[in-house]
Design a protein around this ligand. Structure first.
Ligand SMILES: [Zn+2]
Length: 477
C-alpha cells in the first residue's frame, strides 16, 4: 500500500498492520542460547528421591542444529541480508517521513493546501477531507520511488515477488483509493473531535482511533482483503478433513477456514487470523497448501487456532488501545510544544488546523518508531503462545520445523537474542524449531504416529517436494 497510507495506519492504527498483515508461526523458548542439556543425565539423586528418569536419546538442540544446517549457506546469507536490510529500512522510512513532513511545513505547502481546501469548500469536515486528499497525493508522489524500490524492486531482487510491475501498480492504486476513503474518514473524524473538544481531544481522539481500529478489524476480511486476493473455502478433502478436524477439536467453527491466492503476489508461505466477532476467520495462503506437507499445514493451522482460541485479537486491541492513549498524550504535548515555537512560521493556526497534520504525523511516527521494540515484543509474546498452543494441538514438531525453515526465506533464522528482542515480531526460526524439538523429545511416539498419518495423506494427494518446487517456478514472473 502507498507509504502515506501505511504511515497513517502505522501511526493511528498500529495494531492494524501487525494483525492484518499476518500472524504466522512463532516460538520463543526459554533457554535459547544455553548449552545443550547433557545427553545422559548423570546428576546424582539425593538419597530418598527417585532415581533420575532415563533421558530420551533424542537431543532437541542437536536436532535443531541439524534442521538449521539443511539450509544452504547461500540461501541463509540471502535471507539474512533481506531481513537485516529491513532494520535499516525502518530507520530510513522514519527519517524520510520526517523529512517530507517537515518539508511540507517549512516550504509553506501544507499551509497552501489548507488555504486551497478552504477556498473550495465551506463545511469544515469537507475542508479537512480536501486537505487530506492533497496531502495523500503529494506524499504518495514524492515517496513513489522509495515505495517502488521497497515494494517491488527489492522484493524481486530477493526472489520473493510473483508480481509484474502492472499488477503491483494496480494494487498501489487500490491502496491509494482506500487511503483516500478510509484515511480520509479517520482524519476528518479526528479533526472534528479536536475542534469540538479543544481541551480533552487527546483522550477522545484516542477513543475515536480505537473505535476506528475495531471497526476496521470488523470490516477488513469482508470488504478490504478481497480487493487484493480471492478467498475461497478450503476444498481438497485430503487436506480439508484433517485441518477441519483439528479446528473442531479446539472448539473452532470449522467453516472459518479460508484459502487465499497469495501466489498472485509472493512465494511466501503464510496464514493469519483476521476479523472480529462475526467476521473472525482463519486464512491459509495457497503457497502454504501447495508448498507444504500436511504435517507442516497442520502445524501452521494449530498455531492459527491458537491465536483464535487464546483471543489474541481482543487482547491486542486492549494492549494497542493503551499504547494509543499514551500516543495521543504524547501527540498533544509534542504538538503544542513544537507549534508554540514554529507554528506561526508554518502558518498553523492551532491543533484543529489540518495544516498541522504533517507535524502531528512527525510526533506520532517518532513515538511509534521508538516504541517499535515494545510493539514487536507484545506481538512476539502472543506468537510464542500460539506456537505452544499449536504444537500441542497438531502434535507435528517436524512439520513445525520444516515450515519454520520456509519462513526463514524472508526472516533471519538464527539472530542474536538482542536482535530477536528488538526487531522480531515473531520468534526466530531457531527459537521455534528448538521449541518444536523440545516438544518432540518429550512426545516421541506421538510425533512419529502423527507424522506417519500425515505422510500417508500426502501420498494420497500426490504431494512431493518436486511438485512444491514446480509450484514456485510456475508462479514466478
Ligand atoms: Zn501467529
Amino acid at each position: 500500500m502507498p507509504r502515506p497510507v501505511r504511515l497513517l495506519l502505522l501511526t493511528l492504527l498500529p495494531a492494524f498492520a501487525s494483525f492484518l498483515a499476518a500472524l504466522p508461526l512463532v516460538a520463543q523458548v526459554p533457554g535459547q542460547g544455553l548449552p545443550p542439556p547433557p545427553a545422559s543425565s548423570t546428576a546424582p539423586g539425593t538419597p530418598g528421591t527417585p532415581a533420575p528418569r532415563a533421558v530420551p536419546a533424542f537431543d532437541p538442540v542437536a536436532a535443531t542444529n541439524a534442521y538449521l544446517a539443511t539450509v544452504p549457506a547461500e540461501a541463509r546469507s540471502r535471507s539474512d541480508a533481506y531481513f537485516e536490510g529491513g532494520y535499516w529500512l525502518q530507520l530510513w522510512d522514519f527519517l524520510l517521513g520526517v523529512a517530507v513532513n517537515l518539508g511540507l511545513l517549512a516550504s509553506g505547502l501544507s499551509r497552501r493546501m489548507r488555504d486551497l481546501a478552504e477556498r473550495l469548500a465551506r463545511p469544515r469536515a469537507l475542508r479537512t477531507f480536501l486537505y487530506w486528499a492533497q496531502y495523500l497525493l503529494a506524499t504518495s508522489l514524492v515517496l513513489f520511488p522509495v515505495t517502488l524500490y521497497e515494494g517491488f524492486t527489492r522484493e524481486h531482487a530477493y526472489g520473493l515477488s510473483n508480481q509484474t510491475l502492472g499488477a503491483w501498480l494496480k494494487e498501489q492504486g487500490i491502496g491509494l483509493a482506500l487511503g483516500l476513503v478510509l484515511g480520509g474518514a479517520a482524519v476528518t473524524g479526528l479533526y472534528a473531535v479536536v475542534r469540538r473538544l479543544p481541551r480533552t481531544w487527546a483522550l477522545w481522539g484516542a477513543v475515536t482511533t480505537i473505535a476506528f481500529l475495531v471497526l476496521s478489524f470488523l470490516v477488513a476480511p469482508v470488504y478490504i482483503a478481497p480487493l487484493f486476493n480471492r478467498y475461497t473455502r478450503l476444498s481438497d478433502p485430503v487436506v480439508r478433513e484433517p485441518v477441519l478436524a483439528l479446528a473442531r477439536s479446539e472448539g473452532v467453527d470449522a467453516r472459518d477456514v479460508w484459502v487465499f491466492d497469495a501466489s498472485r503476489q509472493t512465494k511466501r508461505v503464510s496464514a493469519n487470523v483476521s476479523g472480529l466477532a462475526g467476521t473472525m476467520r482463519i486464512s491459509l495462503n495457497d503457497n502454504l497448501l501447495e508448498r507444504c506437507s500436511l504435517a507442516e499445514i497442520e502445524a501452521v493451522m494449530g498455531h492459527e487456532i491458537g491465536h483464535y482460541v487464546l483471543d489474541h485479537v481482543y487482547k491486542g486491541i486492549v494492549f494497542f488501545g493503551v499504547l494509543i492513549v499514551i500516543g495521543f498524550a504524547i501527540l498533544k504535548a509534542g504538538f503544542e510544544r513544537v507549534s508554540a515555537r514554529w507554528g506561526a512560521a508554518w502558518g498553523i493556526r492551532g491543533a484543529d488546523d489540518p495544516a498541522g497534520l504533517p507535524l502531528a504525523l512527525v510526533v506520532l511516527s517518532a513515538y511509534v518508531f521508538l516504541a517499535t521494540p515494545l510493539l514487536n515484543t507484545i506481538i512476539r509474546v502472543d506468537e510464542a503462545e500460539a506456537d505452544l498452543f499449536g504444537i500441542n494441538a497438531s502434535g507435528q514438531p517436524d512439520g513445525e520445523a520444516l515450515v519454520d525453515l520456509k519462513l526463514g526465506e524472508y526472516r533471519k533464522l538464527d539472530p542474536s537474542p538482542l536482535e530477536e528482542a528488538l526487531f522480531f515480531d515473531h520468534p526466530s526460526g531457531r527459537s521455534r524449531i528448538l521449541m518444536a524439538m523440545t516438544w518432540k523429545a518429550e512426545h516421541l511416539a506421538e510425533s512419529e504416529a502423527n507424522a506417519r498419518r500425515a505422510a500417508a495423506a500426502d501420498r494420497l494427494r500426490g504431494f512431493s517436494p518436486a511438485r512444491a518446487e514446480a509450484w514456485v517456478k510456475a508462479h514466478q514472473p
